[in-house]
Design a protein around this ligand. Structure first.
Ligand SMILES: [Fe+2]
Length: 213
């Protein structure tokens, strides 16, 4: 049974996977391989997603956590500022068309992101899960989802679903299903199908309620 926090874990996995691919492409590009610009340039949308996610955590998760575990979130806010700095360094290197500096920047960005997300998963969200009630957790995730401007939702779904595994996909569907009114969920279904056309039949096989309207 999926719980709201599983949505945050799914996004964390997507962030890890996307930056892993971007970093691998930046390394190959620095070694002289051509044609990798479209993969490396994903870092811009990746960061847009990361900023929405981080601001959502700062508005919905950190203040709530402060009431049950004072001073924990402060360290994570500093991490977020470190991620912003990592992006600025990467953006400057890529804009200057410096492949070596770009690869160094993606590697540093990835190192910091991986440690930050691992800490959140095993420490910050562990405390959140243990000390915050399930309805309150749901409220926080709802606020985070609302950080994405409505017209950009299709891009977010199109980015997320190809980057996550079956368990995360199924959790996301169950969370959308439980949080959205049926007409909105019907629209979401269409977006998911468009995001993973080759895997849609398998998703419906795994979640038979997706069939029909
Ligand atoms: Fe975070």
């Amino acid at each position: 049974m999926a719980v709201p926090l599983d949505a945050i874990m799914a996004f964390h996995n997507a962030f890890r996977n996307d930056l892993k691919r971007i970093d691998a492409a930046a390394l190959e590009s620095a070694r002289g391989k051509a044609g990798l610009a479209p993969t490396i340039e994903r870092f811009r949308f990746f960061n847009e997603m990361l900023v929405w996610h981080a601001h959502g955590e700062e508005q919905a998760v950190f203040p709530r956590l402060e009431t049950v575990a004072p001073l924990v979130a402060e360290a994570y806010l500093k991490d977020h500022h470190g991620l912003d700095a990592a992006y600025d360094t990467l953006n400057a290197a890529y804009t200057a068309q410096d492949p070596l500096q770009t690869a160094r920047a993606t590697a540093a960005f990835k190192f910091h992101l991986d440690i930050h997300l691992a800490k959140e998963d095993t420490h910050l969200y562990r405390i959140f899960r243990e000390r915050i009630s399930l309805p309150e957790q749901g409220k926080a995730v709802g606020i985070m989802a609302g950080m994405v401007p409505q017209p950009r939702v299709p891009e977010v779904v199109g980015w997320l679903f190809p980057l996550i595994g079956w368990e995360d996909r199924m959790n996301m569907v169950h969370i959308y299903q439980s949080m959205m009114p049926p007409p909105a969920f019907a629209g979401m279904k269409g977006l998911i199908q468009k995001a993973i056309p080759g895997d849609w039949a398998e998703l419906v096989r795994r979640i038979p309620t997706l069939e029909g309207k």
